[in-house]
Design a protein around this ligand. Structure first.
Ligand code: 5AD
Ligand code: SF4
Length: 455
């Protein structure tokens, strides 16, 4: 049982993809992944500390597994809580032997060997100043349809509320050549859907100086076999007009931009150190609204940031009315260790935060109820992600990143295939439809990679 491992992932897509790399690295080191922690010699948590709820979940889970300690299992904590709490984790959970932040993963093989040799206090915490991105050819891609590629790691923006610059270290971009090699390799393996990842994906700067971010999007979208390219998350500061022009010009680039605004009030944005104003953000929205394609727009929002007045909050409501987002992820402000916002005056009572969150989500639901109506009667391409057996429906995703539940007469289209669907009903969070009669789904052919090149 010593060379088996179980891994559980919390948090964002960056973490999910980091776990794919960790799994690939462990498998290369001779470990076998198991689905149940009871069968594992090594239990790993890839953790998230973006808000306190996420962090509490990790310690709760570690506590639950305390009882397994007697069975000779080893425990490791990876990711943002590991980086943030560091060696304090050994005090809180003495049965943990390995604590490593994401900037240290390239040293995992060495850390694993020390773990095997019986060491019990192994840390990988000192690499946040690194200039290197974690590139590995050993990636266990767990999503059968979509391939993730990290193009930039870390963050240098230091928004006043956010732990990421402290947990993931400074910004470091991969070269365009290295990104293109990985994207072509994925296309060769039969992936049709690629998602470029970065905490601030559009802050990517080619270290070799060859391409802009918009040019990289176009280049990835032009690889034979690639049908959909997404990128997340973008930052308004670095959002340039050529990104919208690239989407307009390149059919494979998805009709979707996730551009978190966080607040509609310039005063709150200033306090958050976001370094843009409401007007600056709305100008970027006007570029997207002016595009030839119907580009869906989604955002993250924080309510109850210290000092946020009723009038500030009202500005957030008027902003969502003006933009007409296709989805909004809204959060109550959560004070995080080491961040400047922890010490800011005028904290907002939790009851007020909850009330603002409710008002925001209710309003956004109404906007979506109305705004999704534009899809009624349209023919929309769905990529098949699964099946709802109970309802007899196929579950797919549109290029705008909307869920489409649809029926298909005859043989059901396979996972990962693309089907044209007529939209017959729109709901606030999804679309309902029927596959076009006589439509032949496009079914990609999956091939195993027989060799690996990295540069
Ligand atoms: N409190 C609440 N929400 C936060 N986010 C980041 N940090 C905090 C925090 N301290 C939200 C932001 C970000 C998303 C990933 O999480 O909206 O865009
Ligand atoms: Fe956090 Fe701001 Fe960096 Fe996003 S840009 S990861 S919110 S510090």
């Amino acid at each position: 049982m010593s060379k088996t491992f179980y891994i559980e992932t919390f948090g964002c897509q960056m973490n999910a993809h980091d776990s794919e790399k960790v799994v690939g690295t462990l498998e290369h080191e001779g470990y076998v992944q198991v689905e149940d922690e009871a069968d594992a010699g090594l239990v790993l948590y890839n953790t998230c500390s973006i808000r306190d709820k996420a962090e509490q979940k990790v310690f709760h889970r570690l506590n639950e597994y305390k009882r397994l300690q007697g069975e000779g299992k080893k425990f490791g904590v990876l990711g943002c809580v590991a980086q943030q709490e560091g060696e304090r984790i050994f005090e809180k959970a003495p049965y943990v032997s390995l604590v490593a932040g994401s900037a240290s993963y390239r040293n995992l093989p060495e850390m694993l060997r020390r773990l095997e040799a019986g060491e019990t206090r192994i840390t990988g915490l000192d690499d946040r100043q690194t200039d290197q991105a974690f590139e590995t050819e050993f990636i266990a891609r767990t999503n059968p349809n979509r391939g993730y590629i990290t193009i930039i790691e870390g963050c240098d923006k230091f928004c006043a509320y956010c732990v990421v610059p402290y947990t993931r270290g400074k910004e470091r971009s991969r070269t365009s050549a290295s990104v293109m090699v990985e994207a072509r390799r994925m296309a060769d393996m039969g992936y049709t859907d690629i998602q470029l990842l970065g905490q601030n994906v559009n802050s990517w700067r080619d270290p070799s100086g060859r391409m802009s971010f918009a040019e990289l999007l176009t280049a990835v979208g032009s690889i034979a076999g690639i049908r959909r390219v997404r990128f997340t998350t973008s930052h308004p500061r670095d959002f340039t007009r050529d990104i919208v022009e690239a989407i307009d010009a390149t059919p494979t680039l998805c009709d979707h931009i996730h551009l978190p605004v966080q607040s509609g009030s310039t005063a709150v944005l200033h306090a958050m150190a976001r370094e843009y104003t409401r007007e600056w953000y709305l100008e970027r929205m006007s570029w997207i609204h002016g595009a030839k394609r119907d580009i869906s727009i989604t955002s993250d929002m924080i309510v109850g940031f210290p000092g946020e007045t009723d009038a500030d909050f009202e500005q957030t409501i008027t902003l969502i009315d003006a933009v007409k987002y296709d989805a909004v992820f809204a959060f109550k402000f959560s004070p995080r260790p080491n961040t400047p916002a922890v010490h800011m005056a005028d904290s907002i009572p939790d009851a007020v935060k909850s009330e603002r969150l409710r008002i925001l989500m209710d309003r956004q639901r109404e906007i979506q109820r109305e705004h999704y109506g534009r899809h009624l009667g349209q023919v929309v391409e769905a990529m098949v992600e699964g099946y709802n057996e109970a309802r007899g429906q196929v579950v797919g995703r549109s290029t705008q990143n909307k869920t489409i539940n649809f029926t298909a007469s005859g043989e059901r289209p396979p996972q990962g295939s693309y089907v044209d669907v007529r939209i017959t009903q729109t709901l606030p969070n999804s679309l309902v439809g029927e596959a076009l009669m006589n439509a032949v789904p496009f079914v990609p052919v999956r091939r195993a990679a027989d060799f690996v090149v990295l540069n």
